[in-house]
Design a protein around this ligand. Sequence first.
Ligand code: 6PG
Length: 491
Amino acid sequence: MEKKADIGLIGLAVMGQNLVLNMNDRGYAVAVHNRTTGRITEFLEGPAKGREIYGADTPAELVAQLKKPRRVMLMVKAGPVVDSYIDTLVPLLDPGDIVIDGGNSHYPDSERRTSALRERGIHYIGTGVSGGEEGARTGPSIMPGGEVKAWPSVKPIFQSIAARAPDGAPCCDWVGDGGAGHYVKMIHNAIEYGDMQLITEAYQIMKDLLGMNHEEMAERFAGWNAGRLESYLIEITANILRVNDQDGSPLVEKILDTAGQKGTGKWTVVDAAQLGIPVTLIAEAVFARALSARKDERIRASEVLQGPDGQTAAGSLPSPEERERILTDLEAAVYAAKITSYAQGFMLIREAAREYGWTIDYGAVAGMWRGGCIIRSAFLSDITAAYKENPDLENLLQAPVFSRVMVEAVPAWRRSVVQAVESGIPAPAMSSSLSFFEAYRSARLPANLLQAQRDYFGAHTYERVDKPRGEYFHTNWTGSGGSVTSGTYDA
Ligand code: 6PG
């Protein structure tokens, strides 16, 4: 082959293929490799036909086809496959060449790979890519991190293929060192879990409490999508509710109610627990999927644990006026819970940045999520603006734009949760986030009693409101305990 390619891509599953086509649309020549070589031929003779896209039967052939510094992007399954390709590529590359991992890798792996390759002089980028098949083809959101020295060489390609935000800015910017890019993608996915869970809770309330049919629900979600809840996930929910199966009944009701998950939500919850950050809505969303997956057990439980079941609690359907009121409340509840979820997600990013030594521009992160990705929504522009106004914002809930909305929406949020609880409808994301909100806005919580209990049974000591922080006290609560205290430390 005479001409050299601008970038090489390994892994021709649908995301990989679409990224290659997207890059080529922007004028980049791409060399491609896939472990099963038959797929390379299919791609070259199919969608890549007539384009500056060149096949390579081996990684060595691919590397030989690249301009220097060489840029090789992996779009393969996260985990050992990435390491195995890195092992193959490193001896073929020169110092200054770049390896990019665009899969949903766990951030500690990206952290490790960045350091390991840095020792060999090879630049590593671990990048989140969001937007599914369609996003990859027409413009995803791209969240790169790793070796910053590689960024100038990758930036023009990534920013040209990325989605554009409403103001025209590319939905791609440098996130930070090491695993920062994959960390931010992990949080993106976890927020995605939360948004999806909130929507499913609203759907169940509409269906089981309000007795709405699928067209009515679709119309309502479409209506929400025309307002402040405008977002990709609300939009596709309306579309999904309108699709019928072959027998003419709504397809969604034929789908088994057991949710899958590939791990990013779970990783987020584990990391949040380690860092002590209460991402309660995301955690409930992950656990709601886990509970849904225990279908057989739930069927058995449903036979012994009868209770109110949507409309049965009220005995009849609400009047049209009542229904409208409940739906208006529900929209406010979903919006307020969503703001709380993003506030929790950003709390975690902030703490992770502190703990792992990353410098992250939170406004830029929100900016990257405004287009292309699964959680794209109108209100991400408000988050971007809030951080622009105050880059040191302690918490999104304290930003004037959101605190005002929350104060207005909270009564409706409370009524929606009460409604769900009284009707026996599970609303874990909506209700746990409300509890978080009530606790977050409390200057005093009942943790004083908890500290007393810890001191009572284990001499764990406590601090006092009338003494300086850091001074610890122990009380002999029963008169029979000793004065020896246990160590004072927080995990
Ligand atoms: C995206 C998606 C993408 C994928 C998730 C789904 O940003 O394009 O988040 O990454 O859909 O892997 O994750 P679950 O299978 O865990 O729902």
